[in-house]
Design a protein around this ligand. Structure first.
Ligand SMILES: Cc1cc2nc3c(=O)[nH]c(=O)nc-3n(C[C@H](O)[C@H](O)[C@H](O)COP(=O)(O)O)c2cc1C
Length: 204
């Protein structure tokens, strides 16, 4: 199963990237048939949306084509979202403007929120409220909020808070199993159901 992981931080390097790389290796090594692909928003690879996207501007078409293909082939997504000023970073919201129901529609997504302190709830709420209407991405009920992120998922064990690190890792494994379950179920659903309707291209 192809699973695309989006690291939603513009920073380079970032804690979101650290978590994304961990999830990528975990899926490769410990989950049978999982084919992860990690896409980083570090350094803003996607410029802000502009009108020429809707006019099939050649530069935009060329820029988005490889990513569109990758997203279209994916059966599930992991969306890693840091909390920035109590919000989802602008680059991740921009990402959601670029892709539509044909790439993301009726596919499950698992939210992993990241905070260097005790935040993380606001971006989960924001994604669940306002990032899926037109593209029909399906956020699964499970989520992971990684607090004090600098103290977990580090390569050197001595840099980690052992108890928190172990809790997050086991919960992550469990959530990925559930994501894959939804991935299989929703693939069947998409194959058996007319999910696209020209009269209802956008959510209400
Ligand atoms: C512009 C900016 C605003 C931030 N605002 C918050 C915040 O509101 N709440 C919070 O818990 N952490 C906040 N942080 C800290 C992040 O949680 C921290 O940078 C963490 O490492 C996740 O972001 P990263 O993936 O970019 O590293 C902020 C970080 C930045 C760069």
């Amino acid at each position: 199963m192809k699973i695309t992981i989006i690291s939603g931080s513009h920073r380079n390097p970032s804690q979101s990237e650290k978590i994304g790389r961990y999830i990528e290796s975990l899926l490769k090594d410990d989950f049978d048939n999982a084919e992860p692909y990690l896409y980083l928003l570090a350094d803003n690879p996607l410029p802000l949306w502009d009108q020429s996207i809707w006019e099939q501007d050649e530069t935009w078409v060329a820029r988005l084509a490889p990513l569109k293909e990758q997203l279209s082939k994916s059966d599930a997504f992991v969306i890693i979202v840091p909390e920035w000023h109590g919000q989802v970073p602008a680059g991740l919201k921009n990402f959601f403007l670029m892709f539509n129901r044909f790439e993301l529609g009726h596919k499950p997504a698992f939210i992993v929120a990241v905070s260097s302190a005790n935040g993380g709830a606001y971006p989960v709420a924001e994604l669940r409220m306002s990032s899926y209407k037109n593209n029909r991405l399906c956020y699964i009920p499970e989520q992971l909020i990684i607090r004090d992120v600098e103290k977990v998922f580090n390569r050197k064990p001595e840099d980690n808070d052992t108890e928190a690190d172990s809790y997050y890792k086991s919960r992550l494994n469990w959530c990925l199993d559930i994501l894959i379950g939804y991935g299989k179920a929703l693939k069947t659903m998409r194959n058996n159901t007319p999910v696209h309707h020209d009269d209802f291209a956008n959510g209400m």
